[in-house]
Design a protein around this ligand. Sequence first.
Ligand SMILES: [Zn+2]
Length: 164
Amino acid sequence: MLLSQHAIVGGAVGLATGNPVLGFLAGFLSHQVLDMMPHVDGAPEKVRPRRYSSVVDREWPLSTYITSYIDVTVTTVIIIFIALRVNEPLVFLCGAFGASLPDLMDNVPFWKKCFRSTKFGSWFHGIHSKFHFRWHEAHVYQLILAVCLQLMLTIGGIWVSLRG
Ligand SMILES: [Zn+2]
């Protein structure tokens, strides 16, 4: 999942606990649950006409960097927007941070190699990857459905957070 889904859903889940520490833990767990769902993180690799795969763990292409910069910017704006409107902004932020942490530690290209070379990082990367959904030979319509699911999670997370 993109950072926006993780942070927003994590913030909403965190708010449901009503406690910053529980919110952080619930957000952290929500990350693994969201990673198990079919989703699109960046441009999947074309393997046959209209068939895509995300199995290859290659270096990020430029398109993934651009997607990530937009994602981080949009996420920051939405998180600040929600945090300024909820009754328990600290709890919300703890949930959002807990949900973002796995990817911030394990997936950021500037330090992921360094993180994964540590004992904890290598153990954590194993668990993080185990839960992560991968496309093998997905048809383009499956990717479109996944993007719709991601949009619904984003909008649903904003709605649930602001409703309470
Ligand atoms: Zn992840």
